[in-house]
Ligand binder design. Structure first.
Ligand code: AHG
Ligand code: MN
Ligand code: MN
Length: 336
């Protein structure tokens, strides 16, 4: 059978599922930007892209050069095409306004331009995460400015979500709400090729991912659950579990999409004002949409992540996602 490129997949999707042409264009543009980011990431020290800037983002994190560069690549690629009403990013305090010289479109694009920044300088997988929402009617104020409120929609309203992972292979994982497809970048041809047609997260697993160094700060249900995982065959769960922690959410989620597992970044008592580390709009929501579309589950310990009504662009959330049985178990412990 001939190879199915991302472009062909999207065109066939338009025919079979009525995917709008402007959404198709949006995904193509994001994919093109990810190719460019992949290229920049791969240059490493030769491209002068390693290391930090002298700046901090809105969350008080020191920005890496690649955080800033990836953000610029995504903005530039997406601002002129007429498919977007606005953008928001981990690296920008406020919503990004489409310059007045360009037409505006129906969608909002939210992204984490470079996820796993702490891994850039050590040559470990990083990625880009994105979420697509429809812009509500009348979301522009009188002076034609797009406000933050337009973005504050629960994850169930996402029309598409995906991530690119820049690892030994560059891959693009995508959902349009009808399963999850995986595309591998063919570097000779410069195109993403469909290589993973029907991705399913196994419902049970013996592998978990958590940053154990925070153990003393977790809440009781997470303490209990991880104790049980660590006690292995002799413990109440009756089996031995293995652990992985890459510190790039894209890489941990990618492993889970490939062979199952449970990813946890629980709420942390160090700063009670922050309900977790990860951000709802451009980390938890798109990843939860993808995981659910692959048959897995995602909660904040108390409720389904996709049902959360967001209150701010950069709000944080606790995350438990992956193989359904384990997500249900740890979520149940929060209710006990
Ligand atoms: P980002 O690089 O976009 O700020 O995200 C990093 C996130 C996520 O990718 C990862 O799972 C987590 O932070 C790692 O946190 P620790 O450094 O606390 O392990
Ligand atoms: Mn991130
Ligand atoms: Mn980031």
């Amino acid at each position: 059978m001939s190879r199915v490129t991302l472009s062909r997949f999207l065109i066939e999707q338009t025919r079979s599922h009525n995917t709008p042409a402007d959404l198709r264009f949006l995904i193509e543009v994001v994919a093109r930007a990810c190719k460019r980011i992949s290229y920049e990431v791969s240059k490493g020290a030769l491209g002068g892209v390693l290391g930090s800037m002298d700046t901090e983002n809105v969350q008080g994190e020191v920005q890496k050069k690649l955080d800033v560069l990836s953000n610029e690549i995504l903005l530039e690629a997406n601002e002129w095409g007429g498919h977007l009403a606005g953008m928001a990013s981990e690296e920008m305090d406020k919503a990004y306004q489409i310059p007045g010289k360009y037409p505006k479109g129906a969608y909002l694009l939210v992204f984490d331009p470079l996820d796993g920044s702490s891994n850039i300088d050590v040559n470990v997988s990083v990625g880009t995460i994105f979420s697509v929402l429809r812009c509500p009617d009348e979301c522009f104020s009188q002076n034609d400015t797009l406000g933050e409120e337009a973005f504050l929609q629960p994850g169930t309203r996402q029309v598409a979500a995906g991530y690119a992972i820049y690892g030994p292979q560059t891959m693009l994982m995508l959902t349009l709400g009808d399963g999850v497809k995986g595309f591998t970048l063919d570097r000779e041809m410069g195109s993403f090729v469909l290589t993973h047609d029907s991705i399913q997260v196994p419902s049970s697993t013996a592998e978990f991912a958590i940053n154990m160094s925070n153990q003393r700060h977790w809440e009781a249900p997470v303490q209990r659950y991880v104790d049980e995982l660590l006690s292995g065959e002799e413990g109440p769960l009756g089996k031995n579990y293995n652990m992985r922690w890459i510190a790039s959410m894209v890489a941990d989620v990618h492993r889970i999409l490939t062979r199952g597992g449970l990813f946890m970044y629980p709420r942390d008592a160090r700063d009670p004002s922050k309900p977790g580390k990860l951000r709802l709009m451009y980390e938890a929501n798109p990843m939860s949409f993808i995981i659910e579309q692959a048959g897995g589950a995602a909660t904040d310990g108390r409720q389904r992540i996709l049902d959360i009504e967001p209150t701010s662009l950069h709000q944080r959330v606790a995350v438990f996602l992956g193989s359904r049985e384990e997500v249900e178990r740890v979520t149940g412990y929060h209710q006990a």
